[in-house]
Design a protein around this ligand. Structure first.
Ligand SMILES: Nc1ncnc2c1ncn2[C@@H]1O[C@H](COP(=O)(O)OP(=O)(O)O)[C@@H](O)[C@H]1O
Ligand SMILES: [Mg+2]
Length: 457
């Protein structure tokens, strides 16, 4: 073993022999830090290649394509986000803030994973954060009890891998990557080189032996996954676990997925019995909805293939500042500015003397343009201080001229709105034209612009 001094970027892990002000790889300034790196000198013990044997190039058409082998986690909401379950030999990163419920979820699905597809398989759960006793108490509280679930509290990646050789598990859960360390790397756990090295070793194991590995990752204050960005590039799927405390509502999204769509979300509620799936999130999002209050408008959104009714809330209060305040929760901040500009310019509403707050109830973050029309209606209702009808719902994109543009999945949205008892549905005229409105048990209205929408509210 010998050591040398190198400079490493704390953002992306780029290494350089000399100090640089700006990282050439990620473009961040002042992120290169001096560190000592130990180099393993015994050459034979180097890192194993990810693909075992060297391969010759083959004609593309000669490849046989067996389907991905997937295992269901027993939670339909999670399986949907994964694209139909865990693919054998894949590496999934589950990222989220502390206390959001990552360990709880993984302990809960462990039971189902030991018995997927009618045969028993072994699951190895390793924790570097909690003691065995803590894990047992949690398992008891959640009602998790099964024979083929092995638990170990370990932070040395070497020992975890050798336990894998002994137990031959089908699933390996690592909680969390920031606590793991590799003896061959001198830096502390959680640093760029440790995280990268440990992840590489876990990936090599997954690919060579077909073990599905689930890695827990912490999220830093800015909401990014702590540690190097390279971690996200290395794994097959990145699932983000989100929720706004004190709300018990939890959402899992795929930020990256090599085996499925990234549009789908999974919805859960965190209770003292663990995470419970919510298959009809609309009901929960509308629960406790105020009646006859100005500034509220229901919106019919679609997340992946699932329609979801959310409530958009706006508040306009006379400002005490020279520059009025704008706060947005759930809707993109720049989108709020854009919509306010459209409302001011096209409808002549004066928001310049008001502080404006926009919020999507339930911690949902709709990032589709269909939320524009309900946001505008909520803002109009707020500034005029006149409530909208309680059974009114809207969706549609608003353009800069105040025009209302068509959106996708119109039929899906209308059906969900009707299922939840909405009687008046405002939607873009371009969508309305193609609809057979008589088949719906509601007053479906197509509008060409914001101005036209005003006539109906
Ligand atoms: N004894 C308990 N009874 C009820 N809820 C608990 C108990 N212990 C922990 N929790 C809840 O479970 C949540 C999730 O914990 P955990 O799964 O450890 O989060 P993470 O692994 O993401 O940091 C905690 O935020 C807490 O609200
Ligand atoms: Mg935890």
């Amino acid at each position: 073993m010998k050591t040398k001094t190198i400079y490493q970027c704390t953002e992306c892990g780029y290494q350089s022999a000399k100090w640089l002000g700006k990282c050439p790889a990620c473009g961040e300034w002042n992120t290169l830090e001096e560190k000592e790196e130990t180099i393993a000198t015994d050459k034979g013990k180097g890192r194993k290649p990810l693909i075992a044997k060297s391969e010759q190039a083959l004609p593309f058409t000669s490849l046989e394509l067996p389907d991905y082998v997937r295992s269901k986690s027993g939670m339909g909401e999670l399986d949907r986000v994964l694209g139909g379950g865990f693919v054998h030999g894949s590496v999934v990163l589950l990222a989220g803030e502390p206390g959001i419920g990552k360990s709880t979820l993984l302990l809960q699905i462990s039971t189902a994973l030991t018995q997927c597809d009618g045969k028993t398989s072994t699951v190895l759960y390793t924790s570097g954060e909690e003691s065995r006793l803590q894990l047992h108490y949690r398992a008891k509280r959640l009602g998790v009890k099964c024979e083929n679930l092995y638990v170990m509290t370990e932070t040395d990646v070497e020992r975890i891998l050798s336990e894998c050789d002994r137990l031959q598990p089908s699933f390996l859960i690592v909680d969390s990557i920031q606590t793991l360390s590799d003896q061959n790397v001198s830096s502390a756990p959680g640093t760029v080189s440790q995280v990268r090295e440990c992840t590489l070793r876990l990936i090599a194991k997954a690919k060579s032996e077909g073990i599905s590995v689930i890695i827990v990752g912490h999220v830093n204050k800015e909401g990014g996954i702590a540690g190097p960005k390279v971690l996200e590039h290395m794994v097959d799927a990145v699932l983000c676990f989100e929720g706004q405390r004190p709300s018990s509502f939890r959402i899992i999204r795929a930020a990256k997925n090599r085996y499925g769509s990234t549009n789908e979300i999974g919805v859960f509620e965190l209770t003292d019995k663990g995470l419970e799936q919510i298959t009809n999130p609309s009901e929960m999002l509308l629960e406790g909805r105020p009646v006859g209050v100005s500034g509220n408008c229901a919106a019919c959104l679609v997340e992946g293939t699932r329609p979801m009714i959310a409530e958009i809330q706006a508040l306009a209060a006379e400002t005490n500042y020279s520059t009025p305040k704008r706060t947005s929760n759930g809707v993109d901040y720049n989108r709020l500015w854009l919509l306010l500009a459209v409302l001011e310019r096209r409808l002549g509403l004066k928001f310049s003397s008001h502080d404006v707050y926009l919020n999507v109830a339930g911690g949902l973050r709709p990032d589709e343009p269909a939320s524009d029309l309900p946001c505008c209606l909520a803002l109009i209702s707020a500034i005029k201080d006149r409530p909208l009808a309680d059974d009114l719902i809207a969706f549609g994109e608003i353009g800069l001229s105040g025009e209302c543009r068509g959106v996708s999945d119109c039929d899906l949205r209308i059906k969900e709105a009707i299922r939840l008892g909405f009687k008046t549905i405002l939607l873009p005229y371009t969508n309305f034209r193609k609809l057979q409105t008589s088949k719906y048990d509601a007053n479906v209205i197509g509008v060409k612009s914001l101005f036209e929408a005003l006539k109906y509210i």
